[in-house]
Structure formats: C-alpha cells, structure tokens
Design a protein around this ligand. Sequence first.
Ligand SMILES: Nc1ncnc2c1ncn2[C@@H]1O[C@H](COP(=O)(O)OP(=O)(O)OP(=O)(O)O)[C@@H](O)[C@H]1O
Length: 668
Amino acid sequence: MKKVAVIYKNSDNQEVIKYLKNNLEKIFENYIIVENHYLDELPSNFKIHADAYIITDETMLYPLKERITNYNNIVTMYRSIKKQKLYEISNIPSNTNVLIINDTYETSVQTLCSLYELGMGHINLVPFDPSDADNPQYKDFKICITPNEVHLVPEYIQKTINIGYREISFETLMRLMIRLELDFELTNRNLVRHIKSIAEPNIYIYNNYLNNFVKNYVFDSVINDSPTALIITNEKYHILFSNNKAKEMFNLKSKSAVIPLSNIMESDKFAEIQEETMPKDGIIFNGIQYFIEKKPIMLIDEIMGYHIILQNEKDIRDIEINAKKMLEKKGLVAKYNFSDIIHVSRKMKECINTAKTVALTDHTVLITGESGTGKELMAQSIHNYSDRKNMSFVAINCAAIPESLLESELFGYESGSFTGAKRNGKLGLFEQANGGSIFLDEIGDISPNLQSRLLRVLQERQIMRIGSNRMISIDTRILAATNKDLLSEVEKGNFRRDLFYRLNVISICIEPLRNRREDILPLISSFLGAKYNHLNDSNKNLLYTYSWPGNIRELENTAIHYNTLSTLPKYLLNTPITPLTINNTDKPADSVCIEMEILKIIMENSQCFHGIGRLQINNYLKSLQIKIGDANLRNILQNLQERDLITIGKGRNGTKITKLGIQKIKYF
Ligand SMILES: Nc1ncnc2c1ncn2[C@@H]1O[C@H](COP(=O)(O)OP(=O)(O)OP(=O)(O)O)[C@@H](O)[C@H]1O
C-alpha cells in the first residue's frame, strides 16, 4: 500500500478535506492510504514521509521544501466540477454578471479560473471575498455560483447555482498514478467512472485516456483471455508480454520481469523457434503438440521483436467452435449440409455433385428451381462445404423487402444519410457477409436500380454505403436463387442481360419433385419417421403420383398433417390421379417404385403369347441398378398377381401383364 500525504494550508474547511479524502480512497481503493497535513499546524522540524504529496496550491512549494522527503513526487491538486452542473451554467444568458462565492477570496478566484478553463466565457464572473462581504459592488448581482458555500450567499442574490464540492481533476489523478507507479489496470475502472462524471478542461488528454481505456479493455478481453498462447518478445527473444494462456503453459508469474524465452523452454525447442520458418509439425511441450506461428515486429527495416503464437489442435477447434457460436448467436450461420438433402434420384445426385465441385471455388452460383424445391438448402450446403464455412452466411429474400429498405439492408448506410437512419450508420449485409457468403433469394424480383448496383458489386467486388462516396472492398461469395426463368425475363426486358451473365457463372437447376418422383417416398419417410409404416399402398401411390406444385415444402406440410391426424389431407385424397408425362429412368427407392419398374419391364418385354421369365426380369432390374434378389422378386410377382396386375404362367409361358396392369402404368 502506498502512502499519499495531502497537504492543505490550514484545517479550516474540514468538510471539503473529508470529501477529497473520501474521493481519493474510493478511486484508489486499498492501494493507497491518505494522510492529511496542515501547513500552518506542522511542528517545527517535522518531516512528512510519503510516496507522493498532494498540495492544493503551488505557493506551498517553497515552505514545504524542508518538510518533505521526496521533492520530485509532488502533485498539485487541480479541481473540476460535475458535468451536469456545467450544463446548468452554460444555460445562463450571455454577458450576465455572476458572482463566484467560495470560502476565501483566493478559492473564489480559483473556482472562477476553473470555470473559464471549462469554457464558460460567455458570462462575466466576479470573485467574491467573504472577508469583504458588505462591499456595495456585489449588491448589483442577481446570480451566484458556489461550491457548497451556500451559507455565504448574500440575501440579495436571487438565484444560486450550487456546483457542489469541486472534484479532483482527471489530470491530477493521472499524475498521482504515475508518481505512485500504480498499476493502471487495477484502478482503471474507478478512474473512468470518476472522470466520466466530471468536466475536464484538457479534453484532448481526457479523450485519449478514455480511448486507451477502451483499447486496453479489448486487449485484455480478446488477447489476454484468448484460448491461444501469445508471447511478444524483443529482438533478443526476451519476453515482454505473455497472455494468460502462455503464462499458464510456461508457468510464468503474472508480473514476471523481462525474462529470456530460452529460460522457459528446452534449448532444442528454443533453437527451432529462432529459425526463420517454423517446423511444419509443430513442437511438443508437456506432451502436447503445438503449431507455432512467428512474425517479426518491424520498425522500418529493423526487427524490434517477435510475436509468437502457439496453438494446439484443441485450441484451434475451440476457436472454430467459439467463432461458430458467435455467428449462430447473430443468426449468421448455414445450418444445412449436403448430407441433409434427402434424395435417391440421379438428377439430384448430379446436382449435388456439381454443387460440391463449385463449392470449392469462389464462383458466383445461380440456383434455379420452383418454389420449395430446396434452393436455400442447396445454398447453405454449398457454403458449409466451402472454405468459408466458419464465416458468416447471410441470407436475404429480395422479394420480401420493399426496394428502399432492401438497398440499405444490402449496402448499409453512413450516419445521418437519410431521415430515420440510425445515428451510427448501419453495416450492410454484403459487409456482414465479408469472408463468408451472401444468399440472395428471389434475385429475379429486384428492381432495375438495384440490378445496376448489384452489377457493380459483382464486377468490382466493392460496395459503397448509402450516403458515402468511399468504396469498401468486400470478399463475399455470392449465391443467388430464383424461381423465375431469368433468361425469359431478360428477353422481356425485366432483367439486365449483363447482370444475368454475371450471376449465371455456374448454374444449378433443381428439378421439381414431380420430375424426380423417386425422391418422394424417401423424403416422406424421413419427415414421418416411424409413422411412415402406417401408410398403406394406396396412400403411397397417391403421394407418388401427386404433382406436388409446392414441392418439398408441400410434402413437409403433408407429413405434418399425417403425423397429427393420421390421414392425408383431403385435397390430396380427392385429387384425381393424373397420368405422368415424365420418362423416369432413375432407380426407384421404395417398393412402390420397384413394383412399377417391374410392371414396366413385364409390359415392355412380354409378347402376346410369350411372357417374360424371372431371370430376365432380374437382369433388367440389375441393368437399372436395382438389386432385390430372387426371393424378393418372387414375392413381388406373387403380390402383383394377387392384385390382378400380372399373370404368372407356368414353364415357358412366363409372366405377362394384364389390362389392369397396363392401366396402372398408364396412370402412374
Ligand atoms: N432434398 C431435401 N431434403 C430434405 N428437406 C428438403 C429438401 N429439399 C427441400 N427441403 C426442405 O423443404 C423446405 C423448402 O426448402 P427451401 O426453402 O430450401 O426451398 P426454396 O427452393 O429455397 O424455396 P423458395 O423458392 O420458396 O424460397 C425447407 O424446409 C427445406 O429444409
């Protein structure tokens, strides 16, 4: 604990003396002890021993010369006033005569000077002398300002502004801290709280201090508490700074002096760190493998030190998880992966293969397909398969937001650029997605004005906020989607041709569900879970043959309906079975599809008199990549016969399709 001696001229104003002592102790907590002394009461030859001395007036320096042990550690106490009171004073009309009343003429002058220093030059301040209180020249004053000396205010004063006891100024406190070599970290918070409430004439130092406080705070929370070990050394590899993780790893004391890096690690490891390139496989400390990154700290072309980062695999994983969590909190993540896209159809497989290849590049992708086919699912999967997976994924539906708003959402704006704009401006989605991907859904619906702004972004990879004339470079991967036929929109003049070609670098077209029916039952099975087994064949037939204009979204709703009410929606049950127009060659995934394939094979390969044999049917199935085994096939054929869809002849007669079977295919 450090000792601070506060020396006053006399002990007259005990209230103020007590107030200031309290103030100091509140700010510096247990790090200092305050002792008050009064110049006019010091016994002769008495010397004051302390780590720092505070005097209230520079004229005290001379009489104190022989009294104090360390003449260099003297700080003059300057005082300031509460900000709130200053606002009140600044509201006094210009050129008003105002009396400044303090306990002595000198302190009145001091208060007056503080007020002028704080910029209150618009009023005429006159110091009051309590020992000459009856002086007729004071009688014309109507307003006075006093630091808590209300009892001295003469009766003729109509308005008194009591500014309370004056506070110890920020500059005084800073000087004291330096003299006492106090750790700034320990007292920073109290000091910031104190100075935020007082007015400060030296606004430059004051702001600088507050800015540094913020910087240090960030430094502390980001660097000191980082899960990565960080060490900063001078050019001789003597440690100047180590964060908490590094301290823990190398057992460094929190306030250790500058120690050589070679003291805390084995010589062969230190030798490796001194090399220009770090070992690829890292270095083992305490049985754990660490990857090391070393960067020189340069001053022009001279190395001043090194910045060394040590990370083990778990740290790296933790960092990734933390970053992901942060993005999740902000809703800036892509949830889905390719493995979430349920499919068996060849069409979808081809789509996913293309998407996986393009995901590894930075090309713009245009995903087309009817509504509800899974375009956003595809976009999210592309993002999560790409190198940008740990960065943000920002999705916006361009059709759902009015044009004026969409522009500011996408590009952001500078402060005060339009009425209603937020005071601090706003970060646009392109900037938010920097390093990651932006998904522009329903791109076919954007206005001509936005089309041309977007074209510029695609061409220059730069954006300009609304109300700004500064270009900001962005590294955002663009994924766009539309359910419109963009080319025909181009022909109609609704969509810019140049933008179409910029977007359509790689296009992925997701077929509607009715064009890849093999996916229907696997999808419904995944949505229904165990309840899928409750569906009877005619239900499955219905699902399989329905045209699904709402695609997978509609199928999802149907699954919810069935799960809740154990029946398919009425509109579906009442839908007449429509004949299919698609020539479907994909591998069926479910018994219904397999049955249909078998029926088709029988129909196409049985002549009027000769049917087809089981072996032949199986060979055809194998050529379609359907492997079901002979026993299975026999059961299916048996079942089809029981339903009068086929006849199984004996011997060479083979299996033939019935009229009913042909009808079934026709309407399937
Ligand atoms: N193959 C699939 N497997 C599983 N779920 C899917 C599949 N395709 C789509 N979905 C689901 O269907 C719903 C609609 O998908 P999504 O929103 O990606 O479609 P979209 O084409 O972007 O629709 P819109 O054009 O209306 O924006 C989502 O809940 C999605 O998870």
